[in-house]
Design a protein around this ligand. Structure first.
Ligand code: RAM
Length: 329
């Protein structure tokens, strides 16, 4: 009898452990598209947060190409899997709202990060930095690049990601607000490479062929900036046309070396994935407040009335520091 009780106890313990494991908090990290180094770095940060928290697992997922349709399909599958939270970088501000509302109605906490969802579809949006600052920084980078060409005045163009990307659209809007303060920069065109290397490459070729006085291409996308730099190099325009914007040191060190890129900026993408995961956890645990969320080792972030928070200021990279950071992200 004693033995029977003992084995029952063991079975119950095993079951309880099984239950404890099943109660792990699962966060679906939905990115704009797979194969983008920026999001792979964010995934590293999400895994770091999960390891620190101990009871979190990350489901890293995203469509093959950056479309809202692809993300809707993925969100539906995460709802079916009954995840606890979804942290998403959105391919469209509004198109994801209905499906994310459905997720929220089923008790799933939703955070957008990097590229936002409209407030109705999420509880919190984490901006990497202040949008105003990012816009201004991109214009300043263009100004520096123009000076490097030795021209006093010059045409500039923007190579963006998709036309529906919340983040790039806001940053371009912010750029346009400050451009009048830089009369030497003449914005001639905004084109969309859709965060696809081949389309971004072709759009860059188109810009160079259409605007003979083009001096600077600003690509506020880590995919676009690399493709643009490669196109400029392949068209033998190094020194005539400079590429700048937002990108990863690991993907741009070579282009800084060859002189196609003078300087560019980015925030820490690892920290961004880490912070988005920490915020998701804070919401699932019910410890977040209306005005503040926890970002773990990055401290607490203040939320505005629409649930927007910002992480940290972007950092500028050039030949003096790009190699040092290239091994990190
Ligand atoms: C691309 C994506 C992402 C953006 C970075 C800078 O990887 O468009 O959303 O934040 O570039």
């Amino acid at each position: 009898m004693k033995n029977v009780m003992k084995s029952t106890l063991i079975i119950m313990t095993v079951l309880a452990t099984g239950i404890a494991q099943a109660a792990e908090i699962r966060v679906g990290l939905v990115v704009k598209s797979l194969g983008n180094g920026f999001f792979e770095a964010a995934h590293e940060g999400a895994k770091e947060a999960a390891a620190e928290l101990g009871d979190v697992s990350i489901i890293y997922t995203g469509p093959v190409t950056p479309t809202a349709e692809g993300q809707i399909e993925i969100i539906n599958s995460l709802i079916a899997q009954r995840v606890d939270a979804i942290a998403i970088s959105a391919n469209d501000t509004d198109a994801l709202v209905p499906v994310l509302r459905r997720a929220q109605q089923r008790g799933i906490k939703v955070v957008s990060f990097d590229s936002g969802v409209a407030p109705a579809g999420r509880a919190v949006h984490l901006n990497p930095s202040s949008n105003e600052l990012i816009g201004q920084m991109n214009v300043e980078l263009a100004e520096v690049a123009l000076q490097v060409t030795g021209s006093k005045k010059g045409d500039i163009a923007v190579l963006s990601a998709t036309p529906t990307a919340t983040n790039q659209n806001i940053w371009i809007e912010e750029m346009q607000k400050v451009l009048p303060q830089y009369p030497d920069l003449n914005l001639v065109s905004i084109v969309y490479g859709d965060d696809l290397a081949d389309k971004s490459y072709r759009e860059t070729q188109g810009l160079i062929n259409s605007y003979p006085d083009l001096k600077v291409i600003v690509a506020p996308t880590s995919v676009g900036i690399v493709a643009a730099a490669q196109a400029v190099k392949d068209m033998n325009k190094t020194g005539d046309v400079y590429v700048t914007g937002l990108g990863l040191p690991s993907e741009l060190a070579g282009h800084v070396d060859s002189g196609v890129v003078n300087s560019f900026a980015i925030w820490n993408p690892i920290d961004l994935g880490y912070a988005a995961t920490m915020i998701s956890y804070d919401l699932v645990k019910g410890t977040a407040t209306e005005t503040e969320v926890d970002m773990g080792r990055l401290g607490r972030a203040t939320l505005d009335a629409e649930g927007n928070a910002a992480m940290a200021a972007p950092f500028v990279y050039d030949s003096s520091n790009v190699k040092k950071f290239a091994s990190i992200f």
